[in-house]
Design a protein around this ligand. Sequence first.
Ligand code: SAH
Ligand code: SF4
Length: 377
Amino acid sequence: MAAYVAGLNEKPFRAKQLMQWIHQRGVSDINAMSDLAKKFRATLLDKAEVSSLPILKDERANDGTRKWLLDVGAGNAVEMVFIPEDDRGTLCISSQAGCAVNCRFCSTGFQGFSRNLTAGEIIGQLWFAEHRLRKDPEAIRRLEQYPTPGYEHTGRVVSNVVMMGMGEPLLNYDNVLSALRLMLDDRAYGLSRRRVTVSTSGVIPMIDRLAQDCPVALAVSLHAPNDALRDQLVPLNQKYPLKDLLASCERYLPFAPRDFLTFEYCMLDGVNDSDVQAKQLVQLLKNIRCKVNLIPFNPFPESGLKRSPPQRIQAFSYILQEAGMIATVRKTRGDDIAAACGQLAGDVVDRTRVRERDIHDTQIQQQPVQWLDKLDK
Ligand code: SAH
Ligand code: SF4
């Protein structure tokens, strides 16, 4: 913002004023920015626009979860979700339209990759949600009853941000970094580093860079306790295998805002949820301070996969806990509006081409999809 303002031959303090109007007060009408000189406002009106991505759909689940579908152009769309809880209000935002990593259990991956979101499009999600929710009577009623951190002093509704929507944030590093810095900046949203989480499928070089540039909370999507299975579930593992991934996690820990990392593990019936696999996971993670978050798989029609039964998830989690690990089972929210992890589809494009390309890619890689064979039996 300072560079932008300097480019317009304005004094640096104008940058701060603009930041406050836009991010803290949620004002998009440049004419309403009353302490800016008339001439500067006229210049801005000519050259700038304050807006979020256009909203295509706004849905509300019975449990208070909100989901917005945002237009990213060329027939593509992304989604973001707000999850109110008693002690926090979490906004889950997207970093890319589609995703190239193509994890087998993820509907975003199934769509293929369309494009990176810009820094503005990423922070614009927080901008829109925060200021829209401040005007939402239901959200405010909840907050009066259960004030979340920041609400009483600043009126802030979104207390936590997780980059767990569509896309792989660390494959859109520069734009994600700019957006993260705005989330933390006191002149913008002023969130603490422990309340902002980047979730990654394991892009090792960028985990190292994040540790230096902006070490927010890190969640690593593991989903398998060995390379053979992870190669199948998270194809990026073929490039960045588990040993190297865990070494990069160890390097991140000293920079992390808490003294542990989170590993996400999506529970897939008959694929990665056996007792043996739980014990392997214990061995794999025994030397790293971490919490394991078990996510019951959220099915989508094309996946051909099933969610592990609740008793299986409990048994798996018990094995981890018996070994002294912290394991939690993620609550599924927003079921009635398909707002749960991995269900963010958003795409409004005809998917046929993407599917054809997927099939083509699979043939080129000649990857035997053994676990799918197993399911067929
Ligand atoms: N690309 C990043 C962040 C977005 S996905 C990543 O993979 O970490 C956020 C989380 O949702 C990841 O842990 C991902 O593995 C999980 N997820 C994806 N599809 C899912 C599904 N169908 N059911 C449950 N969790 C899923
Ligand atoms: Fe991409 Fe994450 Fe989905 Fe994998 S789980 S395809 S990395 S969005």
